[in-house]
Design a protein around this ligand. Structure first.
Ligand code: SF4
Length: 445
């Protein structure tokens, strides 16, 4: 049986979800053809004779790209079962089926995908029933050095491997795409599976491991065991992960131990410095908590890379300026990727934001092209500023241009910027997982 597994885009990382599903197929005697569209062209040779094609939708941009590539897959493999799998598949099921997919499975999807491919009865698909995590089969994918690098403040680079110690999340932030699927549940991978995967990536040249868990400290004991075992076996390795502000404060006593195992920096979804917006998102932290975390991480000596959703229906021009000013005050303006300053709130199907009357009153009908509920700001100057800064950043502008534009939008001349001192390592492909892609990102992809 010929199986083809396709990743449209995975933020510049070697696609774990394709390699992991390939491992499940391998255990059933099927060596899947793996194609990463971020690195490879999908050719007729890949698809000819395919009986099953799985397309991984781990993020919004991948889903938009999958819709454009589906007709080509259909044409080259007319008899194949075309399956969309991953976090964004169940919430977009109707649109995926209309675009030519035969099925859409998400959550803990491996067994359901296998059953579909093998023509067996499909277990409960879009839930979070436990599945076996296995060592991913990465040999069918492009080499690690082809993917995003870690760029260090001293201008050196490191080859990055990508591991996953858990899926889902125990929190229910309203704007988060994980919540409609996992609903406050997370699943962990065994220590040995995670270490086996890291081992094969170290053998393939990885010098740094980026953990893709939605939140590395959902299970602090599990996280510590993994970090300590990783450091014991590969003391030269550095690593990064995602941890929410609330967890950084609640588990602050573990931070020195994590630093000592090579934790170089933490991505944290701050989203906003406005407490009313944080309350709408149900983020579990305040603006003051964010400031506390900045101080804490500097004290401990772990880099902090905050991410934001600066444009939402509740953004004001003065609030946007307050965000930029806060970044300057905290000396973070050199540590925030410019794309984080232009992100516009995405409201996908199933978003818990739609439980709020205020949100339902502000959005239009679901847009199948956008794969979200469109919204316009009640103050057109905010949307105009978002477009202006987005276009500028798409053309390569940095913080200082955004700083000037934000001041001009409120009729002020921007004061001179103090030079940024604080720097943090960053990926050569910026992180913007659950945001609307900018036009330039879509065109590039
Ligand atoms: S935003 Fe982060 S903490 Fe909140 S539900 Fe999503 S993954 Fe969990």
């Amino acid at each position: 049986m010929k199986v083809v597994l396709v990743s449209p885009y995975d933020l510049g990382r070697q696609p774990f979800a394709v390699a992991h599903l390939a491992a499940h197929f391998h255990d059933h005697g099927i060596d899947a053809v793996c194609v990463d569209l971020a690195q490879q062209r999908l050719t007729p040779e890949h698809l000819v004779g395919a009986q099953f094609v799985g397309v991984h939708l781990g993020m919004h941009t991948a889903t938009r790209l999958a819709l454009t590539v589906a007709p080509r897959i259909r044409k080259e493999a007319p008899d194949a079962h075309l399956c969309a799998y991953g976090l964004y598949a169940p919430m977009n099921e109707a649109h995926l089926l209309a675009a030519g997919f035969d099925s859409a499975v998400g959550g803990e999807y491996e067994e359901a995908v296998l059953a579909l491919a093998l023509g067996q009865s499909v277990p409960e698909t879009n839930g979070v029933a436990r599945v076996a995590y296995k060592r991913p089969r990465r040999d069918g994918l492009p080499a690690l050095e082809k993917y995003a690098r870690l760029e260090m403040p001293d201008d050196t680079e490191r080859v990055v491997g990508f591991a996953q110690a858990s899926r889902g999340c125990k929190h229910t932030c309203r704007h988060c795409p994980i919540v409609p699927v996992y609903g406050g549940v997370f699943r962990v991978s065994s220590l040995n599976v995670v270490l086996d995967d890291i081992e094969q990536q170290v053998a393939a040249g990885a010098e740094h491991i980026s953990f893709g868990d939605p939140d590395f400290l959902n299970g602090p004991r599990h996280a510590l065991r993994i970090a300590e075992a990783l450091h014991e076996r590969w003391p030269q390795l550095t690593w990064d992960c995602v941890i929410k502000v609330e967890h950084l404060l609640a588990h602050r006593e573990h931070l020195p131990a994590l630093r000592d195992t090579g934790l170089l920096f933490v991505l944290t979804a701050v989203e906003s410095v406005e407490d009313d917006i944080l309350a709408i998102f149900d983020k579990g932290h305040t603006s003051a908590d964010f400031r506390r975390v900045v101080g804490l991480m500097r004290e401990v000596g772990i880099g902090l890379s905050p991410t934001f959703v600066p444009f939402s229906p509740w953004t004001t021009l003065s609030g946007y300026l307050r965000l930029l000013t806060t970044l300057v005050e905290l000396d973070l303006h050199g540590a925030v990727s410019p794309v984080q300053l232009v992100i516009r709130l995405l409201i996908p199907e199933g978003s818990w934001l739609m439980k709020l009357d205020d949100v339902r009153a502000r959005v239009g009908d679901f847009d199948g092209g956008l794969l979200g509920y469109p919204w316009k700001h009640e103050d057109p100057r905010v949307d105009a500023l978002q477009k202006q800064v987005c276009d500028a950043v798409g053309d390569g502008a940095g913080f200082s241009t955004v700083w000037q534009m934000a001041h001009a939008a409120v009729g002020r001349v921007a004061p001179p910027l103090t030079a940024a001192i604080y720097e943090v390592p960053s990926m050569s492909e910026p992180w913007y997982c659950c945001a609307e892609p900018t036009e330039s990102q879509l065109v590039r992809l």
